[in-house]
Design a protein around this ligand. Sequence first.
Ligand SMILES: *[C@@H]1O[C@H](CO)[C@@H](O)[C@H](O)[C@H]1NC(C)=O
Ligand SMILES: *[C@@H]1O[C@H](CO)[C@@H](O)[C@H](O)[C@H]1NC(C)=O
Ligand SMILES: *[C@@H]1O[C@H](CO)[C@@H](O)[C@H](O)[C@H]1NC(C)=O
Ligand SMILES: *[C@@H]1O[C@H](CO)[C@@H](O)[C@H](O)[C@H]1NC(C)=O
Length: 638
Amino acid sequence: MRLSGVLSALALALCVTSSPTRRGNHVVHEKRAMEPKRWQLVRRLEADKVLPMRFGLTQQNLHKLEEMLMAVSHPESPTYGQHYTPTEVVDVFAPSDETISAVKDWLVEFGFSPERLRLSLNKAWIEVDATTAEAEELLQTEYHVFAHESGIEQISCHSYSVPEHVREHIDLIQPTVHFAHRLPRDFKPSQQKRDFQRLGMPGAHSGPKTNGVKVLAAPSDLSTCDEMITPDCLRALYSIDRTPVETKKNTFGISEFTPQAFLAEDLDIFFGNFSPSQVGTRPKLISIDGGVVQTEDQSFDFNGESDLDLEYGFALTNPQPILLLQAGDLVEGASFNNLLDAIDASFCTFEGGDNPEFDGIYPDRERGGFDHPESCGIIAPPFVISTSYGQDEASVTNAYAQRQCTEYGKLGLLGTTILYSSGDSGVAGDGGCLDDNNQESENGTRFNPDFPVSCPFVTGVGATQVNPGSTVSDPESACMQVIFSGGGFSNFFEMPSFQAEAVTNFLTNHPPPFPATQFNASGKARGIPDLSANGANYVIGVDGELELVFGTSCSSPVTGSIITLINDARIEAGKGPVGFINPAIYTASFQKAFHDITTGSNPGCGTIGFNATEGWDPVTGVGTPNMTALLPLFLALP
Ligand SMILES: *[C@@H]1O[C@H](CO)[C@@H](O)[C@H](O)[C@H]1NC(C)=O
Ligand SMILES: *[C@@H]1O[C@H](CO)[C@@H](O)[C@H](O)[C@H]1NC(C)=O
Ligand SMILES: *[C@@H]1O[C@H](CO)[C@@H](O)[C@H](O)[C@H]1NC(C)=O
Ligand SMILES: *[C@@H]1O[C@H](CO)[C@@H](O)[C@H](O)[C@H]1NC(C)=O
């Protein structure tokens, strides 16, 4: 086994089992996904330090989740559109009594008195405060303190084990292998390389990219859509033609992660040029865990994403109000799990999936942050949520990703469409490609897909472009300007049934000339993305000017706008929202409502990436939508 970097070698060497004889039937349950960069292992953690140990119990009926989702989301299902209530969802998946007692019995047999154990309200977590010595013996591991160059410290073990008979009852245990990405706000990395930073921090997320081109005069017709995309270009490209009428009943959410924030002046510059009736329109702020629209730091990196998402979301769905799901305070920030907490009370800290290492933990008393209880189920999930943020799948553990993915599936059961941009680095990740140990490495050659888009229960959106010299009536290509559409195959998630035919066709008819060491070519892995929309040359108002931006960050809110308009029509017809759209868009009748993208590719890892081809491909999915064709199909469903 080849290890990248001294740290991982050190961590492995020091994280030995405390005593081989006590190991018994213990099996390794989780191992750190990626070795943290620029953190030094400084010492063993003090044996008497008290750790808030949390045991995430496996939920029951998860194997039925995909089937349940198909039943409410597949156009041919007799129960299409019959979404669940939140209580029904909690009841179906709560851990079984057998699971609860298996884990309790193990802890009591180990020596924790039953009074020390607590079961969370929704039965998803068992909690116990344990000393380092107890935790190390229980999990056959060693805890170490790591110091970051910024001066902050964090504890972690490299891997941990549980008895074989308990393993199936546990999703994950915290705090263990997961490494903090939380750094002080004023910390500026000394090198360009990405660090374990939180979402929303400049450089830490796959936000839109700029080529620095300023737009001096806003285009007034469709003749320059190959050089500058405007709302009118998108209406022409995707046959978007509807003015919402059910704006009070319909809901459209756009998520942003602090310190990323929109500037009111930027919205008005954009509206003034492209949607004059909306000057002065602002989103309704849903502040999650102290989420604020900060105006202190202003630059493309702080404002580009939010400005882009809101400007196009508003213009394309005018006059639909938009809910701004602004997650995280200025000190600690937030993760996708914090966002989930806010829209789904059953997922909250230690009641659901939060991980104190990856996720902002509130109240934040330590560093002057949001000193209030965590935002938990503060709003009903909007019918559509567009999120143009992501992280490399390899940067989180499989267990963490699985637990979060399940939650997206539950939101689909409730009738919410979850859209994520697929990333801007082609088949590579933001942090490069993977080596043989699945570590991001400068010499890595293995493709590195994004998460959460690799979760089959979200709808992944790739990017296309109007080719230079072409018009909106010509076929688009995969985006190959400034960014490459994120796509490929998950290293964690299995291929869901709804895309089996599409993925099999792609791999059979256009077998990619890459060795099996480069990506999971088994035909059993989840393919990314599901669909796509233009992601090149968007004119946005940002920091007082009109500027061009690129990325799947553009594609996701545009797709979210189209689904919101379709929901509007369904609500007007007395029907519910479309919810999880993947099972529908892969069917033969729906595919006719998409423009198949057959040119371009998504380079990365020293390759040209995958080719866009006839049918679904791991660059542009099933293609770009034609809303005029899509609307009657969705309207015809119950
Ligand atoms: C990458 O390859 C170069 C050239 O072969 C080598 O010098 C460097 O040490 C390698 N880096 C890693 C992290 O393996
Ligand atoms: C490919 O993906 C499938 C489905 O997730 C998985 O069972 C298999 O182990 C993966 N193969 C490799 C070589 O990773
Ligand atoms: C993409 O298409 C080109 C031209 O048809 C072909 O030469 C190449 O091998 C294909 N690449 C992949 C990754 O499929
Ligand atoms: C979109 O679909 C409508 C209805 O099927 C069709 O008339 C129109 O030509 C399509 N638009 C494009 C650009 O293909």
